[in-house]
Design a protein around this ligand. Sequence first.
Ligand SMILES: [Zn+2]
Length: 159
Amino acid sequence: MSAYIYIDGWKSNLRFSSAHVIPEYEKCGQLHGHTYAVHAKITGKYDKNGIIMDFSLLKDTLKKITDELDHKILIPEKNSSVKIEKDSSSVKISFLGKNYVFPLADCVFLPISSTTAENLAGYVLEKLQKKIVIPKNIESIEIGVDEGYGQGARISKTF
Ligand SMILES: [Zn+2]
């Protein structure tokens, strides 16, 4: 039989607070921040012990991913309208005639086109798959990223 396990990032402390800009949207085109929460829903067949997947492995792995993003400036590396120039200690971000200069250590560079909740959810899902071996009994993984309480995006992958 199939069932799912669910982790609510607000209640399980899978949160991160980060700054970003979304150049494509006027209101979001200025540097601002959110507290995000990451949720996970794992659907699969459970074993004779009634287990789909080890909760603590899943939580610990997601916590590592959120810790990498926490208190950082999120920089999308795959946006052709965002120019990124790095030197040994700082990074200059330019788009639409604006320039931001940040300490390199304060930034995390993400292989996505824009730091929307949708793309961040996709990023977390990819990272999760790289960090753990997905057991054979798993049928789908859904990752959610809330951008503040009550709004967010969900992405799912079927195996
Ligand atoms: Zn935002």
